[in-house]
Design a protein around this ligand. Structure first.
Ligand code: KG4
Ligand code: ZN
Length: 336
């Protein structure tokens, strides 16, 4: 089965084609990052308009790269939640129109489920490795999920305030770095000493929840009191280290509590090389298998949406074309 995935939940217009659930034939991503950089963050209305402009050319490029025609598609998968409502509507409307015109099934996909399935693209044999533990770290979410089967998710921990990516983006702004801040903080931090400026770490009792507001406030306070005496690279390295350690220790506790030895880290922040290093060291000590997709599959892309939609298209009746879009929705409450 060949599935075209469509992703427009935030500021990337993406179309990706996946065969048999795991083989990526194309994965075209048109990023709007430059467009939003001048505002220091994503402007929803601007994003929606840009999606409208890019949607068709991006889908045509995905078909061309895969060497396929519209008629060779067997199904469609589209992100319908969570995300910016106007942005989601562009992708969802395109998918519904195509499903109607081509007379093929379409399935709505929860964006976080897409991030989860980016790990199946990186390691298709995960499908025989349930149960899995997954840490999803993106710009809008930070969740630890236990996955017992393709349709069976349990939320073990989540952020009580900012998401990890949001902490990177807001920290970048405090450091005077442009949007999107995660890669900028990472690049600056790579030239700094992570122990020169220790930042606080928050753990929420026995829970597997996260909180990043404390470290963000600590960064703001440090910068305002320091008055430019400390190297920015050292501050960035200390800030990044605190986020990395909070994520790694909490996932470590989840491994110890559940005894699950197959561990995935996905979402945009999973592209962070210091986080990857720390996760590798921790999971090696615990004797776990760790899967982190390539950077291109960690950040928003439509191949992961096609992969996530494939299972449902194979195993359930087609969704009616009346399915909705929703701005906010945790994965554990997703209907799949
Ligand atoms: O998954 P994603 O592409 O979009 C959402 O679903 O939100 O994640 C985007 C987030 C942004 O906050 C971005 O700053 C962060 O991922 N990010 C990074 C890195 N690359 C992207 N954060 C830290 N280090 C990176 N190398
Ligand atoms: Zn995402």
């Amino acid at each position: 089965m060949i599935v075209l995935g469509i992703e427009t939940s935030c500021d990337e217009t993406s179309a990706g084609i996946v065969r048999g659930g795991f083989q990526v034939l194309s994965n075209v991503v048109a990023s709007q990052a430059n467009l939003h950089a001048r505002y220091g963050g994503v402007v929803p209305e601007v994003a929606s308009r840009k999606h409208l402009e890019c949607m068709l050319p991006v889908m045509l490029e995905a078909l061309e790269t895969a060497g396929l025609t519209w008629r060779e598609l067997d199904g469609l998968a589209v992100t319908n939640r969570p995300g910016l409502l106007g942005a989601l509507l562009v992708g969802v409307s395109a998918a519904k129109a195509l499903a109607y015109a081509l007379n093929i099934p379409v399935t709505p996909v929860h964006h976080l489920k897409g991030h989860l399935y980016s790990t199946f693209l990186a390691a298709p044999d995960l499908t025989d490795q349930f149960p899995l533990l997954a840490l999803i770290v993106s710009g809008g979410h930070t969740q630890i999920i236990r996955m017992d089967h393709h349709c069976d998710y349990r939320l073990l921990g989540t952020t009580r305030d900012d998401a990890a990516g949001e902490a990177f983006d807001k920290g970048a702004r405090l450091l005077g770095l442009p949007y999107p801040g995660g890669p900028e903080v990472a690049a600056l931090a790579s030239q700094g000493d992570p122990s020169a400026v220790p930042m606080p770490r928050s753990y929420l009792g026995d829970t597997l929840d996260f909180s990043f507001s404390g470290v963000k406030t600590a960064l703001r306070t440090f910068i305002s009191r320091d008055k430019g005496q400390t190297r920015l690279a050292d501050i960035a390295a200390g800030y990044q280290e605190a986020i990395v350690v909070m994520l790694t220790r909490t996932l470590h506790r989840a491994i110890q509590q559940t005894g699950i030895k197959t561990v995935c880290v996905c979402g945009g922040v999973a592209a962070n090389s210091r986080l990857q290093e720390a996760m590798k060291a921790m999971t090696e000590k615990e004797g776990c298998r760790l899967v982190i997709p390539d950077s291109r599959l960690c950040t928003d892309n439509a191949a992961m949406i096609a992969a996530a939609g494939w299972y449902r298209l194979q195993h359930t009746a087609p969704a009616p074309l009346s399915f909705d879009t929703l701005a906010v929705s945790p994965l554990a409450l997703a209907t799949i």
